[in-house]
Design a protein around this ligand. Structure first.
Ligand SMILES: [Zn+2]
Length: 705
């Protein structure tokens, strides 16, 4: 799989670098492979910078037998190892009975069929290189990670040593990278304006295997071995027995140790560096070298190429439908801002931009400000979704099945529920009491998570992205009584579930009696949270810990704990609760608000804890932004004042992102200060967290009273 991708990349490079050279009107190069040489008799034709080759020229080069298939109207090329079929007047080519597409259609010239040279070579498993008189076809296997691959180009431009000067070098204490925060106070030295670095202690923390001999330091990682000799400025990188060399700046030799120029180390190991002025730390960034679409027919995949393994947080923007976003923390992209793939049926454009954490994201944690990340956007022209998988060299996005929509049809005696999607496989059906569950494997869900019914047959349809590894989407029918008998049939891209309606008997009577006693029951019922959709947002999570007190006390852990407790209480009262995160997951602020808006939540509660540089700061506070948020903030804050052994600082209007962009009454609460030892101690007791959750729950309930 990956082989092909690398070759796409290489061919792309070859293409872009040789187009000028190839502007000949008639050109008769010699074709060269490992075993054959062939001088062409038909010219290579160049149109719009793309080289086309007469198909017949490949005959002797690859020992093809040619026949014309009249029934299918195309040429059949057959060799020992390969079968190719070229339909006339088409972009199609069939390789070993699988359909692929050329980026540009073939054409006839002087009764010869011409096809795009690079595309064909690539599809056959070769890459091409050119001189003014010849074209060489080489098998892609050997090209993988060769010294000419762009992955091995050293990013000298991006780590110019003259830029690595810091006024207050002694203040820089940490280096940040992904989950690591590494103390570098003793490893950095600045001499004559050059920054030197002792790599031995440091790189093992990043996952490199470090070997230190008398002659050299070697760092191994992802099948790459970097050798940094003490007595030479020529450093070497070896991959699959090929070596690439790098000329470094001179090392700094001290009495008892050697330090290497930091800019050389970064360029050699393929990192960039950013200075975080707020936290006085350095940030190590992965360089992204390319994005490529792999595969020429379904399913496609995309590889984001780096010499390091990349992390991602991804999102599907369902409101705009056909956009998928991937954020890659601690990375910087050295690629064009936007790329347009050739004739891909799903992806019309791939764009990228650099992002930093926003002010709101670091409201409790100033250390986050400025953290660099890359946002990659897939602009989709057709329904598709791509799902990230870890990859030693970058990030691999595979194409997946999608649950797209569902509809309900009601006849006199039947319900018909239609589930539609892209490429769906038969679901796995699970029966639980009153619940019928359908699990779709390898499927992304774009469905509304909840649809409620005032109906005696079934009460709701719930859907969810049950898990990401493995990727499972869940579709649930909630019945009022036991599961009726049902049928499920498949039609193209739909599944249709049908079941017989039950006649309303007992339920109708219950309704009548409810009406009768409405006087006393109304107050009880209206205060109930039954059927309210409450969105609970546990602040921070994943890579964003929120406030960190001491070594282990993370805000993200306690926001999640409290949110789960509130959820239990709300559900007991009949509410539907939606969490913006249910575990230790990274969620962008826009994703949190999107979850709330997409689920048409009735209420949004974001849970945070405050922190301040002075340990004396204390008390609870609730924030609102929109006009209609205020009553909710007041209701919860009033409850805090009543229930908690913490002083109340009242409510305050503030421009928090999650308050501004949610379309329902929303509140952000900070019930206490983590930086206050007394209040922190309270939070670490589970009985306090239970009373806090109860207080939030009562605040929500009172809001509806
Ligand atoms: Zn917070």
């Amino acid at each position: 799989m990956f082989l092909r991708f690398f070759s796409v990349f290489i061919v792309w490079f070859v293409l872009s670098s040789t187009t000028l050279l190839a502007q000949y009107n008639s050109w008769f190069p010699t074709f060269i492979t490992n075993s054959q040489k062939h001088t062409t008799t038909k010219p290579i034709i160049t149109r719009n910078n793309i080289d086309y080759v007469a198909l017949v020229e490949l005959k002797s080069l690859f020992n093809f037998k040619i026949s014309f298939n009249h029934k299918l109207n195309g040429y059949h090329y057959k060799s020992n190892s390969m079968s190719l079929f070229f339909p006339l007047n088409s972009s199609e080519v069939w390789i070993n009975h699988t359909r692929h597409f050329f980026s540009n259609p073939s054409f006839f010239d002087q009764s010869c069929l011409y096809v795009p040279l690079n595309d064909l070579a690539l599809l056959m498993g070769y890459s091409v290189s050119k001189t003014p008189s010849s074209i060489t076809f080489s098998l892609n296997k050997n090209q993988l990670f060769s010294a000419t691959s762009s992955l091995v180009s050293f990013q000298e431009l991006h780590v110019d040593s003259t830029l690595l000067k810091f006024k207050h070098i002694d203040r820089i204490a940490h280096l940040l990278y992904k989950h690591s925060r590494i103390n570098i106070k003793k490893s950095l030295h600045q001499v004559n304006n050059i920054l030197y670095f002792d790599p031995t202690a440091f790189f093992s923390t990043l996952g490199y295997k470090v070997k230190n001999t008398e002659k050299a330091v070697t760092l191994s990682y992802n099948g790459l071995t970097y050798t940094i000799p003490y007595n030479s400025r020529i450093w070497s990188l070896s991959i699959n027995n090929t070596q690439a060399h790098f000329l470094a700046e001179a090392p700094l030799i001290k009495k008892d140790s050697t330090a290497f120029p930091f800019s050389s180390l970064l360029a050699f190991l393929d990192y960039s560096l950013a200075h975080n002025y707020i936290s006085n730390s350095l940030e190590l960034l992965d360089n992204i070298h390319g994005i490529a679409i792999q595969g020429t027919t379904d399913p496609f995949s995309i590889t984001i190429l780096s010499r390091h393994s990349l992390l991602t947080d991804f999102d599907i923007n369902a409101s705009r439908g056909l956009i998928q976003l991937f954020t890659i923390p601690f990375s910087i992209a050295y690629i064009p801002k936007s790329m347009i793939p050739n004739q891909n049926p799903y992806i019309s454009k791939i764009s990228n931009r650099s992002l930093s954490f926003t002010y709101e994201q670091m409201h409790a944690n100033s250390k986050l400000l400025g953290k660099k990340q890359t946002e990659i956007t897939l602009h989709l022209s057709n329904k598709a979704s791509f799902y990230p998988k870890k990859h030693p060299n970058g990030l691999f996005l595979s194409q997946n099945k999608i649950l797209e929509s569902f509809s309900i049809k009601e006849t006199k005696s039947f319900y018909r529920i239609t589930i539609s999607g892209f490429n769906l496989d038969s679901p796995h059906v699970i029966k639980e009491s009153k619940k019928l569950i359908f699990d779709f494997n390898d499927t992304i869900s774009l469905l509304d998570p909840l649809k409620r019914f005032e109906n005696h047959n079934f009460r709701s349809i719930r859907t969810s992205q049950l898990s990401y590894t493995p990727l499972v989407s869940r579709f649930i029918l909630d019945f009022n009584k036991k599961i009726p008998s049902y049928t499920i049939e498949k039609k193209k891209n739909h599944y249709i579930i049908s079941f017989r309606k039950e006649k309303p008997t007992v339920v109708a009577v219950a309704k009548k009696s409810a009406k009768k006693s409405s006087k006393w029951s109304r107050s009880a019922r209206s205060s109930s949270l039954r059927n309210k959709v409450i969105v609970l947002d546990a602040g921070h999570g994943g890579r964003d810990p929120g406030a960190v007190i001491g070594r282990r006390f993370y805000e993200k852990k306690y926001t999640l704990d409290v949110v789960h407790r509130v959820k239990t209480l709300l559900e007991k009262d009949g509410a539907y609760v939606i969490l913006t995160r249910s575990g230790d997951h990274t969620r962008s602020l826009s994703r949190r608000t999107r979850i709330a808006n997409r689920n048409k939540g009735d209420l949004f509660v974001s849970v945070h804890f405050n922190s301040f540089r002075s340990a004396k700061a204390s008390g609870s506070k609730s924030f609102y932004y929109k006009k209609r948020d205020k009553r909710l903030a007041l209701s919860i804050q009033k409850q805090f004042k009543k229930d908690l052994p913490i002083k109340s600082n009242g409510v305050k209007r503030s421009r928090f992102y999650v308050l501004r962009y949610t379309r329902m009454p929303a509140v952000l609460i900070e019930p206490l200060f983590l930086s206050n030892p007394k209040e922190k101690k309270l939070l670490s007791s589970s009985s306090f967290r239970h009373s806090l959750a109860t207080s939030i729950f009562k605040g929500i309930k009172n809001y509806y009273r």
